[in-house]
Ligand binder design. Structure first.
Ligand code: PMP
Length: 443
């Protein structure tokens, strides 16, 4: 990432600009973006996992236009048909008892509200999240976001403890073969047909943290985790970790919150929600990004019982569930279903993972992910994380060749590929050949 000092009218320190020569985007259509010089880019990052069904998708655009002629805004103190219809359509995508929705405007706001709900419902304060997780930027949720580069030198969101990250690549115990990924790992693991030994070790560490860091008489208010870590570099836990971690938290009377901001809405292919792919049932789900295909929408879905806790005071959100957002959200759900985008994410995603894994380069330490949520971890010739300048060289090269990918991980050495779910195998071929060429070219 490169901070540009002269951005007309924008405050430089707050503006993170990805490229050395930043791109100036003018318009988008499905998986394509066009800059002000008319150059076309294949968008493999989808506005950071946000453009779920395609830029300016005609069905979504039409729903927005139609609603904009009827009603923009009233605030949620009045009922509106778009909000009611959308609440019904969204909760229909979730299993019982997750049937109550609160609409907000972003992922940070959704997590902020979920934390408040958990604390009110349990009457406890301290929470647990995972190292290397990202849950937002507000002053409260920054306490759950555990990546140093996103922290400022301020006290941040107290009352959120951090558990060790079950990281199969960089953690001490491995577990790479035991994640939910189609790519055969380079090293065999020794679990045979039994439970993942690495996952159990990470779980022991997690249980120790539950035992040592929370009041013995109670326990945590909640455990907040992404189904696959996004900004942290597409980190997938060993398969047996999350179900047992949820059980351990529930056994202490705590709630489990699944942050589906990146993993929801069919992106993982096999399932509509990441928690389903992990075989767990959370008490709350937080969502944003793909929910609105780029329109600012966020939501918390929970149970009636937990939702009641908010009745201890008033809760209000001026724009949450406004008619425009609700019309867009409903159209996005319709498009995912009608165009079978979850299935596409599954088929094209598997193909993508296999093509990436077939790139013959010692600089690729790991290809991982599920569906269209993919990470490619890079190292240098010595096996150390690829230094930032070389990552940026590769990154700049792919952009100059017309392909946009993302970058992340605590060391900035993971390419993140999370495109609109409408991409094709031909788009995958283009992206993979540009990445392979860029790795070779950037010494
Ligand atoms: N949770 C996750 C998993 C995210 O990736 C993000 C944003 N990157 C957020 C929460 C926060 O969302 P927002 O930027 O809309 O506040």
């Amino acid at each position: 990432m490169n901070r540009v000092q002269s951005l007309r009218g924008l405050l430089p320190p707050t503006q993170v600009v990805y490229y050395r020569k930043p791109i100036h985007i003018e318009r988008g259509s499905m998986q394509w973006l066009y800059d002000t010089d008319g150059r076309k880019y294949l968008d493999m990052f989808g506005g950071i996992v946000t453009v779920s069904v395609g830029h300016c998708h005609p069905t979504v655009n039409a729903a927005l236009e139609e609603q904009s002629k009827k009603l923009w805004h009233t605030t949620s103190i009045y009922l509106t048909t778009p909000m009611l219809e959308y609440a019904e359509a969204l909760t229909a995508k979730l299993p019982d008892p997750l049937k109550v929705v609160f609409f907000v405007n972003s992922g940070s706001e959704a997590n902020d509200l979920a934390i408040k709900l958990a604390r009110l419902h349990t009457g406890r304060f301290d929470m647990l999240s995972l190292r290397n997780g990202y849950h937002g930027m507000t002053q409260s949720v920054i306490g759950a976001t555990n990546i140093a580069s996103w922290k400022h030198p301020l006290p941040s969101g107290f009352g959120i403890l951090k558990a060790m990250l079950p990281d199969p690549l960089n953690g001490p115990w491995g577990g790479r073969n035991c994640r939910d990924c189609e790519i055969p790992a380079k090293r065999e693991c020794d679990c045979g047909n039994g439970p993942c030994k690495a996952g159990n070790k990470y779980l022991k560490e997690f249980s120790d943290c539950l035992g040592a860091d929370f009041p013995a008489a109670t326990g945590p208010a909640a455990f907040l985790a992404e189904s696959i870590q996004g900004i942290g570099g597409t980190v997938q836990y060993p398969k047996n970790f999350l179900p047992q971690a949820f059980d351990a938290v529930k056994a202490r009377g705590g709630l489990c919150i699944a942050d589906e901001v990146q993993t929801g809405f069919g992106r993982l292919g096999t399932h509509f929600w990441g928690f389903e792919a992990n075989g767990v049932l959370p008490d709350m789900i937080t969502m944003a990004k793909g929910i609105g295909n780029g329109f600012p929408i966020g939501a918390v879905v929970t149970t009636v019982e937990i939702a009641k806790a908010l009745g201890q005071g008033l809760y209000f959100n001026t724009y949450g569930g406004n008619p425009l957002a609700a019309a867009v959200g409903k159209a996005v759900l319709k498009v995912i279903e009608e165009e079978k985008l979850q299935e596409n994410a599954h088929i094209v995603g598997e193909y993508f993972l296999k093509q990436l894994a077939a790139i013959d380069s010692p600089l690729i330490a790991d290809v991982r992910g599920k569906g269209l949520m993919i990470g490619v971890e890079m190292v240098d010739e010595s096996g150390a994380p690829m230094p930032s300048t070389r990552m940026c060289d590769i990154f700049e090269y792919t952009k100059d060749k017309g392909v946009l990918v993302g970058k992340g991980g605590p060391k900035g050495n993971v390419f993140r590929i999370k495109p609109p779910m409408c991409i094709t195998k031909a788009d995958v071929d283009q992206c993979v050949s540009v990445i392979a060429e860029a790795i070779k070219a950037c010494k």
